[in-house]
Design a protein around this ligand. Structure first.
Ligand SMILES: Nc1ncnc2c1ncn2[C@@H]1O[C@H](COP(=O)(O)OP(=O)(O)OP(=O)(O)O)[C@@H](O)[C@H]1O
Ligand SMILES: [Mg+2]
Length: 271
């Protein structure tokens, strides 16, 4: 398997039945064919603690207040990042997560009215400031998704039992997060890509160092430390989005996404 230059975090987002789990598995297999190994995980439920929380959260008979619900997702997330995601990123692996933080923003925020600024802050805290490098959003209409969930033939979770109006709210929430609005267009000039912004403090510190004369050993070490600090900041600030039409056939989605993700990995010099 090829060795990546740094860890990569990819999130797959979308409403229930949009095809996230199917795509996550397929993408992992396709990347393995291209010699890139992946760590496949999910929220909720990526860690041993998370498996218990997932059962609680999806239980159709337990009435959970929206804030409590978000905090349970956040607890799952904190454990998931500490135990699974961060160690894998430190190990230069490619992590694919079936749902991540934006699902909370959309389900508990847009869907159930929990304060969105609070969700963003707690998410950031639980994720130790790390953001996904790439988010793949499967966009699909409520009716098609619901038909798929029913055809799947499994018992419905609490979220899958919500009325279609709730699902429509979620679709609107995801769209407002990922659609290139005029304001966002400026931030995502090419292919919805937000360029990395170097932290001004790091830039200032670096230029002061570059100006000073001979590069003593101590200084070289400090430069190396700054380079690493800058690299980790790049990781934290980066956010690319791929919007995919989830109503297409499974094969078409998989071929399209695999091709795009492979190109994105190469374009960002991760290989
Ligand atoms: N592109 C597709 N076309 C038709 N059916 C699909 C497609 N992708 C997935 N399915 C089927 O639709 C159902 C839902 O897919 P999947 O479980 O991957 O969705 P999900 O987004 O993970 O849903 P959930 O959020 O409920 O876990 C499954 O039975 C799956 O086999
Ligand atoms: Mg799923």
């Amino acid at each position: 398997m090829a060795q990546l230059r740094q860890g990569i975090l990819i999130a797959i987002e979308g409403i229930d039945g949009s095809g996230k789990s199917t795509l996550a598995r397929g993408l992992s297999e396709q990347l393995a064919q291209l010699n890139i190994s992946t760590v496949l995980t999910r929220e909720p439920g990526g860690s041993p603690l998370g498996k218990h929380l997932r059962t609680l959260l999806q239980h159709p008979e337990i009435n959970i207040n929206p804030t409590a619900e978000f905090l349970l997702f956040a607890a799952d997330r904190a454990q998931h990042f500490t135990q699974i995601i961060i160690p894998a990123l430190n190990n230069k692996q490619l992590v694919i997560s079936d749902r991540l933080s934006d699902s909370s923003l959309v389900y508990q925020g847009f869907g159930k009215g929990v304060d969105q600024q609070m969700i963003r802050s707690v998410n950031q805290w639980a994720m130790q400031g790390i953001k996904p490098d790439l988010t793949i959003y499967l966009h699909i209409d409520a009716q098609t998704a619901m038909e798929r969930i029913h055809a799947r033939g499994k018992a419905l979770t609490a979220f899958e039992k919500e009325p279609i109006e709730f699902t429509q709210k979620l679709i609107d929430g995801f769209s407002s997060l990922y659609s290139p609005s005029p304001k966002r267009q400026a931030a995502y000039p090419v292919n919805m890509r937000q360029e990395n912004h170097a932290d001004p403090a790091v830039v200032a510190e670096k230029s002061t160092m570059a100006e000073s004369s001979a590069l003593s050993e101590g200084r070289a070490q400090a430069m190396e430390e700054l380079r690493r600090k800058e690299e980790s900041l790049l990781h934290k600030n980066r956010k690319d989005v791929m919007m995919i039409d989830g109503a297409q056939s499974q094969d078409k989605i998989l071929a399209d996404v695999s091709h795009k993700v492979h190109a994105w990995i190469k374009e960002n010099h991760y290989l």
